[in-house]
Design a binder for this molecule. Sequence first.
Ligand code: FAD
Ligand code: AMP
Length: 479
Amino acid sequence: MKNYDVIVIGAGPGGYVAAIRCAQLGLSTACVESWSKKSGKPALGGTCLNVGCIPSKALLESSHHFSHLKNDAVDHGINVSGASMNVIKMIARKDKIVQMLTQGIAGLFRKNNIELLHGRGRITSRDETGQYHVEVLPASVEGGEILTASAKHIIIATGSVPSNIPPAKVDNDRIVDSTGALAFTETPRKLCVIGAGVIGLELGSVWSRLGSEVIILEALESFLEPVDNQLSDEAYKILTKQGLDIRLGAKVTGTGSNNQEVTVIYEDAKGKKQISVDKLIVAVGRSPNTEGLDAEACGLELDEKGFIEVDEQCQTRLPNVYAIGDVVRGSMLAHKASEEGVAVAERIVGQPGHMNYQIIPWVIYTWPEIAWVGLTEEELQNTGIDYKVGTYPFAANSRARTMGDSAGLVKILADSQSDRILGIHILGPNASELISEAVLAMEFDASSEDIARTIHAHPSLSEAIHEAALSVDNRAIHI
Ligand code: FAD
Ligand code: AMP
């Protein structure tokens, strides 16, 4: 049985980054990954690279180009006639990007001497010397050898899987989850999405831009609850205008499908309703994945939702066993998983391992994009902190005007007394990139005055952040 300093279970953005950082720190490291493509080879990168962040962004990019050509190119003097979409080619492009990136991680593993153990890993025991024994079951259906390995430290990064609801059982034909919705071979004529969360809005946007009539059913009365209300209200108007039919307070209670269509039954304030569509995407959130891990049998504790219990340091109740990413509490985001991976690796070698849970950026890749960090105005009202607000619309930003993308705004919330920034919220073009300035400012405890005194390039979208910071003190220039 081969012995390592660390065995990481799961090679998503949590696990593979943890493994690389461990190796950089001089620890002998193995990473167990069960993902198996048709080739039988493990695909590294987990949900994020294979069926999450990357493929969804590839399709958002392709569909954005198409929508731009159809709707906006004419404003630039570009005449486009007969633009049409080759969905098969778009999907093949997405698959190629995924393949390239997952192979890139395999290369990083080789470069860092990380041993990849292909199969489903679980901790079986801990011996008298404090070494954990890990069993690796063959991942492929054809079977194979059962491996065993041991290590003093274990990092569990087994991620999450799509949640399901009894009224809409995924059949991977007419009723699909996010994974199925990334692989449609043609644009559905009529599409229903259950759940107006991040994934539902992104996937709904992709197919709507390509011509689907999209209805999104959301059980909650409010739209994008975690988002600052000023931005979510504005986003609702913009997305609705783009053609997404978002029905709030609409709880799906049943479905039926035949080889022609899917019937979706839902209830809203006016009673029971029914719609018929070609495809249904179930996007009702994600659940922690501990399948095959035998978590409780090996002494790990799960909370009532199935997440592995950990403390602030990602330490489980078993000594030297850590858990990170989607399988533990906190936001289900790739960068949160990766940073926890880095922090845990550093803690294993006795370093402090920095992880600031208060300053994790969120992005929704609709167009315009929605990005934020820190507290919303509603959260501040609940905490009773005295705050000042500065806002600035992209309509007044010259770069946004030249791009023809002037919807949305930047909003900065700062402490009334100290001027320390408490939250920055962006609805606008490239918000996913712009938010990094906000994250950096907050990580360094900046005040709105710090941003206001920082010279921003002209013309640039980032000037909207500058102006919003000036506006906290009622001294925005271009408004
Ligand atoms: P995962 O990525 O789920 O990886 C877990 C890995 O562990 C998998 O490869 C799995 O095969 C393996 N595994 C599980 N059990 C075992 C076992 N017993 N033995 C061996 N291997 C095992 N997040 C963002 O930050 N930005 C985005 O834009 C974004 N877009 C998304 C879009 C979609 C459609 C989806 C579904 C998700 C998106 N996410 C996004 C979320 C992001 O993918 C997850 O937060 C992230 O992948 C979590 O990383 P992880 O390493 O914890 O787990
Ligand atoms: P998220 O967790 O951000 O991915 O969002 C999932 C969304 O799905 C949440 O806003 C839920 O309210 C919504 N949802 C869950 N179950 C149902 C249902 N039966 N009908 C409609 N929406 C639902």
